[in-house]
Design a protein around this ligand. Structure first.
Ligand code: FAD
Length: 488
């Protein structure tokens, strides 16, 4: 049986291992940490359970597919519910908006709350669908770096309708040209953060993301986001994948331009195929330091990172749901701080995720588990202690004002994760959440391919390579790698 080695047990690595095992490979996954999941991990503290990283789950069928590959019924192993409310939005001036997943309800409510002609919203969502339909199979589902991808009907269709893709203007400009109401512009600008980019720089094509939420829905896995990792690791082990935890890989062994295995902290292992799920930057700088470096890929701007406060809160808040956003009064300044000044704005947009709304056992009775996140620049050696202290004050004062409460009184448990911590616990360069930023119209083409052009039998998956970051795209990267690797 041919051997495959996967470096890293992030979601992309686990999915690749499951796929290669179905293909007939003997698969081993080497993971530096004592646990699987990378960013998709959870922690229990003082009676509260927190998902540490991702909180929004879309396109669950990509997870289901992995169970079906091994002739298993997904619902026997992994379950999730569809959310009717996408997100509750709050502004400093008291405006609130509960965004429904049902498109018609969303349009009616948004038109009323923002005094926006419903036709504007309807047409925007139709264009959002069109952009997705035209580009998904080209940009997301195949390798962008193989000629075959371009010789297809779908590609020709996308090229002929390129004007409809809004590549030439920023998401913010596209939204401003559509909506009269500034709050609605801000709401739709927020979708740039789904891949760690700035709405003032990322191209208008990103307006396809709301279509994903409204058409495919948003979900919550029973037991929390970490169940995605747990159930897939269980599946992987079940089908014979070997996991080596606490075993960091130090080098990918290359001889005669062929990958032939790895050197870990504990020894050497041979393989016919090596797949790196480690961030592409350290993969080249550390594991492939003797090989030619893909300079253009490695100098790309990284996506935003995050500063997260995990709070045990001794109160229930009826006005809050699973996903809640408290918007900054000056969104443009906030992104200028994140991407240009590499700092944090004094009035940040605050995202609060509360899984105990769906899973009461995630917090003691009468309490809630708050994951309080602000978008942050990558780790460039800033003074994170002082930024954390200042941001904590800014966040609390914003929440006190909007929720009309003294929130500090209810914080009974706390720990904090900053970009430096994200970088050290996952090896993600600069603590980027989504690999490279999509702040340019060429970003999709500048991500590293899922294979090596110069080294045979070497492949790459996960959020720092094509097609990009976020759980669904990491799962798609595994699918593309699977398509590229020959049958065993
Ligand atoms: P990673 O999670 O980056 O894991 C890589 C793994 O490789 C790690 O376990 C690491 O320890 C291991 N590794 C690294 N180097 C080595 C080595 N030398 N040897 C062995 N192992 C090694 N996505 C969403 O879809 N929805 C969200 O709501 C969302 N929110 C997010 C919020 C936060 C705070 C964060 C941090 C991320 C968020 N994301 C979200 C992004 C999402 O988490 C990532 O895109 C995805 O989990 C990345 O998976 P990956 O396969 O690239 O691996």
């Amino acid at each position: 049986m041919p051997k495959a080695i996967v470096v890293g047990a992030g979601i992309g690595g686990i999915a690749t291992a499951i796929r290669l095992s179905a293909k007939g490979y003997d698969v081993s996954v080497f993971e530096a940490n004592s646990y699987a999941g990378g960013k998709l991990h959870s922690k229990k503290v003082d009676g509260y359970r927190f998902d540490l990283g991702p909180s929004l789950f879309t396109m669950p069928h990509f997870v289901d597919e992995l169970f079906r590959l091994h002739q298993k019924n997904p619902v026997d192993h992994f379950q999730y519910i569809r959310k009717e409310v996408l997100c509750n939005y709050f502004w400093d001036d008291g405006v609130k908006f509960s965004a429904k997943a049902n498109k018609e309800d969303f349009i009616d409510d948004a038109s009323r709350v923002f005094n926006e002609p419903s036709e504007n919203i309807k047409n925007y969502l139709l264009r959002s669908k069109k952009k997705y339909d035209l580009t998904a199979s080209l940009f997301l589902e195949k390798s962008l770096h193989k000629l075959g991808t371009y010789i297809s009907r779908e590609t020709l269709k996308a090229i002929f309708q390129i004007g409809k893709l809004d590549i030439g203007q920023s998401l913010n400009t596209s939204n401003k040209n559509t909506f009269k109401n500034d709050k609605l512009v801000q709401l739709f600008n927020r979708y740039a953060t789904y891949n760690g980019s700035s709405p003032y720089q990322t191209p208008g094509i990103m307006s396809m993301i709301p279509h994903l939420e409204m058409h495919y829905g948003t979900f919550f896995p029973k037991g929390g986001m970490h169940q995605i990792t747990e159930s897939l690791v269980e599946l992987a082990k079940n089908v014979g994948v070997n996991f080596y935890f606490n075993e960091a890989v130090e080098r990918i062994v290359v001889a005669n331009n062929k990958a032939g295995g790895i050197e870990s902290i504990n020894g050497n292992y041979d393989a016919d195929v090596v797949v790196s799920n480690m961030d592409i930057y350290p993969t080249f700088k550390k594991l492939l330091s003797r090989e030619r470096q893909p300079k253009k890929v490695l100098v790309q701007e990284r996506s935003s990172s995050a500063l997260i406060f995990y709070w045990g809160i001794s109160k229930n808040f009826k006005e809050l749901d699973l996903h809640n956003i408290f918007f900054s009064g000056d969104y443009e300044k906030e992104f200028e701080h994140i991407f240009k000044k590499k700092s944090l704005y004094q009035d940040p947009t605050v995202y609060i995720n509360i899984t105990s709304k769906e899973e009461p056992k995630d917090a003691p009775a009468g309490h809630e588990n708050w994951f309080v996140m602000i978008n942050a620049p990558g780790n460039y050696g800033q003074d994170w202690e002082s930024l954390k202290n200042q941001s904590r004050k800014n966040i609390i004062s914003k929440l006190n004002k909007i929720l009309n409460i003294d929130i500090e009184k209810y914080i009974v448990s706390e720990f904090i994760l900053d970009p430096k911590g994200i970088e050290s616990s996952t090896s993600s360069y600069r603590g980027a959440l989504y690999g490279a930023a999509s702040n340019s119209k060429f970003a999709a083409f500048l991500r590293h391919p899922n294979f090596s052009r110069s080294i045979e039998n070497l492949y790459f998956c996960g959020g720092s390579v094509h097609p990009g970051g976020g759980i669904p795209l990491c799962l798609l990267s595994a699918k593309i790698v699977d398509d590229l690797i020959p049958e065993a």
